[in-house]
Design a protein. Sequence first.
Length: 507
Amino acid sequence: MTSTLQPARSAEAEKRPGRWLALSVLVLAVLLVAVDATVLGLATPYISEDLNPSGTQLLWIGDVYSFVIAGLLVSMGSLGDRIGRKRILLVGATAFGAISVLNAYATTPELMILARALLGVAGATLMPATLALIRNLFHDARERSLAVGIWGATASAGTAVGPIAGGFLLEHFWWGSVFLINLPVMAVLVLVGIRTLPESRNPNPGPWDLISVVLSLVGMIALVYAVKEAATHGFTWPTLAAALLGATALYGFVHRQLTMPTPLLDMRLFRRRGFSGAVLADLLTVLGMSGLVFFLSQYLQLVQGRSPFEAGLAELPAAVGAVAAGLVAGRAARRFSVRSVVSVGLAAVGVALAVLTTVGQSTGYPVLGAALLVVGIGAGFSFTVTADVILSSVPKDQAGAASAVSETAYELGAALGIALLGSIVTGVYRDFTGPTGTPAAAHESLGAAVQASTNMPPHTAEALLTAARESFVHGLQLASGAGAAVLLTTAAAAWFLLKGQKLESAG
């Protein structure tokens, strides 16, 4: 039986001559999201100077996108399974471009936070659709591994293109220009995607349950908000209330999915050890890395005095490593094993973060560049293989929802990482002792301290900057140490959770 079915699948794959061109459209969507996420870090000092947000508002600007996208990914992935993944991808890309304009011209911190939240709504439609379409475009397992590797490599390339292009724009234009670079990418994606992408959907989808959508959104946002507030201000009554609301809503979501005949998300997927292990590895990995990534651009610019363009180039090794690793990750996992590639990759990232606990104000670039290269290689191996595991473990009809789970883990990890590790940096920074006359605003963020120093006598300004930078670097060291601990623990957990897991063979 198997011998007669397998060649049919291979033949089906071979009869799709446009599948690689279609993949190029999908990776444009990935590039769109990756570039937007990375340019924000470079633009943060300029946004801080122009909009004058408080420290809490600055964190919201950084993580509200992840909050919203994490809350909506499962719902949007399931919607794509129902109405068509091509349709939701093209509509989402158009909205993403339009809302980028609102981000570019935000005039207050509150408007910027709103614009980032709306961008999260649009972004939630893109990532699940791209992976789901890959699952349906590539039936051959080895081709699919390569396609997933290219998908992941493009996301990593976006982390390089974003800082470099953003750095160039920031040196020649105002900070809003970094969001406008989304427009030409979006235009190409939509115009080419209309002609090249095949439509795919679940043939028996069932209704799109709005109650489940609301429960998922409320639960994720409330829970992540509670974590962020607890990390920043401790366990207050509003924080505990938000945590209770989030936990109750998520419990309601899970219970509803288990009782519905056609749920938004089939919770039985989590009974598969490979699937749940890959999702957990993604979440904890991003949690350990994201807080560092968010503050690294500020370190390079505001502590070491690099220009935005130089800071973008300085972060290039991470993307180069991730691209190279992503393209060979599937082959490595088949030659060795899934758990060895994922665990070694995560351990490498953990060791690199541990090295970054030694950084100081004058740390030379060879140390930073080498650490970033290792971070990129380790993450490239891990993320590519876990994405392949998740896609391979579900039927094609559920590819959108499964992809959304993968992306939810990524975005939730990013939000929690910025909330927890970012709060370590912010909490340590706020306690610095400045010279007499230091304004309270200087304790909100390093960007605010730099801005405040421009209105002080030279000697006082230098004392303020020295104290502020030392405190910021100390916070960055502690956050790097915490991230290293998370990554090394995750590497050990992945070794056990992914035991016996294999990628599909070609057929």
